[in-house]
Design a protein around this ligand. Structure first.
Ligand SMILES: NC(=O)c1ccc[n+]([C@@H]2O[C@H](COP(=O)([O-])OP(=O)(O)OC[C@H]3O[C@@H](n4cnc5c(N)ncnc54)[C@H](O)[C@@H]3O)[C@@H](O)[C@H]2O)c1
Ligand SMILES: O=P(O)(O)OC[C@H](O)CO
Length: 319
């Protein structure tokens, strides 16, 4: 069994290291030939995951034709997923596992739905849950969710993708799994802003809890199974991302709270996802006040204190 990983960023590289270390032959595709050559020679992704060595079982290439292994993981940022599929029609008719966390601008769709639209003859799955690339690459223990609507294919993917340090749980609820991974990024921006502005950890706990309620409302509106968000892909990842400075979404929030600039070259999925989700929530008439406030903060229409006032001045209601 071989695995191909498309996208040689931090997460694609970390997954390649974990799978390769477990003995699986992995082909890691970087779109830039110079990047692929440098990684293949130095055995390291010095730009995105410095200090983590690629095992011998991992081959890095920019030749797309070399990458059609038994299992294909798509580890690119959410807003580029459709163009990757569009540019490579040979991906259709295969089993594709999305590793990205986000909602597409313009369509309001998550990764599995985008794969189904752009490559209609594929079986799509998603690998999501609490995990920092650096932790995975260091061999630290992690537990993730593998969601695939096809029960048998999901079971076989679960077997193929476990590694000595990645334990996989399985579900058929792709809608719930992709929403959890996407929306926790929006909540992490809000929590980072709260801490960055010095509003305290009690305020963050309140935001995480109300954010979780908000995530569940959207999940229900889109037909996700009620329990999915209480698992690794929802609650688990919300907890990790809203409390760790390893998270890029949380760090963007910290910068907003402190009134500092943030490096725009860093992948922060929650920014586009907040906008896409706010638009979808309006269509579905679903109340998502924290998401709306995050969009206003990102657009610099309000500051953090005003954001908190907006949330605190909402009509009183039952929990
Ligand atoms: N880094 C983490 O800890 C982590 C953990 C879990 C999930 N994820 C998810 O993985 C996804 C990727 O994040 P990352 O951390 O690897 O980001 P990253 O910024 O480190 O890397 C993204 C990579 O995608 C490549 N890329 C962008 N557009 C592409 C395209 N059209 N075709 C091919 N390659 C393209 C870039 O060149 C870059 O190498 C995100 O959705 C993120 O939420 C990341
Ligand atoms: O660095 P972030 O904020 O993209 O978070 C990485 C992972 O999604 C955490 O599970």
């Amino acid at each position: 069994m071989s695995v191909s990983i498309l996208g040689a960023g931090a997460f694609g590289t970390a997954l390649a290291i974990a799978l390769g270390r477990g003995g699986t032959p992995v082909t890691l595709w970087a779109r830039n030939p110079e990047t692929a050559k440098a990684m293949q020679e130095s055995r390291e992704n010095s730009a995105r995951l410095p200090g983590a060595n690629l095992p011998e079982t991992v081959t890095v290439t920019a030749q797309f034709a070399d990458t059609l292994g038994d299992t294909i993981l798509l580890s690119v940022p959410m807003q580029t997923l459709r163009s990757l599929l569009h540019d490579h029609p040979e991906l259709d008719r295969r089993t594709l596992v999305a590793c990205c966390k986000g909602i597409e601008l313009g369509t309001g769709l998550g990764p599995v739905a985008v794969i189904h639209e752009a490559a209609p003859n594929t079986t799509a799955a998603i690998l999501t849950g609490p995990s920092f690339a650096a932790d995975i690459a260091r061999g630290l223990p992690t537990a993730l969710t593998l969601a695939c609507r096809d029960h048998d294919i999901g079971k076989s993917l679960q077997q193929s993708l476990i590694t000595p340090n990645i334990r996989l749980y399985r579900t058929t609820d792709t809608t719930g799994a992709e929403l959890g991974g996407a929306l926790k990024n929006v909540m992490a921006i809000a929590c980072g802003a709260t801490i960055g502005a010095g509003l305290g950890e009690s305020a963050r706990a309140a935001l995480m809890t109300r954010g979780y309620a908000e995530m569940n409302r959207m999940a229900a509106a889109l037909g996700a199974q009620p329990d999915t968000l209480s698992g690794l892909s929802g609650f688990g990842d919300l907890t990790l991302t809203c409390t760790s400075e390893q998270s890029r979404n949380y760090r963007l929030g910290l910068s907003l709270g402190r009134g500092e600039e943030f490096d725009t070259s860093i992948t922060v999925e929650g920014a586009a996802t907040a906008r896409a989700t706010a638009a979808r929530a309006a269509e579905l008439k679903t109340d998502m006040p924290i998401t709306a406030v995050v969009v206003a903060l990102l657009d610099r229409r309000i500051g953090v204190s005003e954001a908190l006032d907006t949330l605190l001045s909402r009509p009183l209601k039952e929990e």
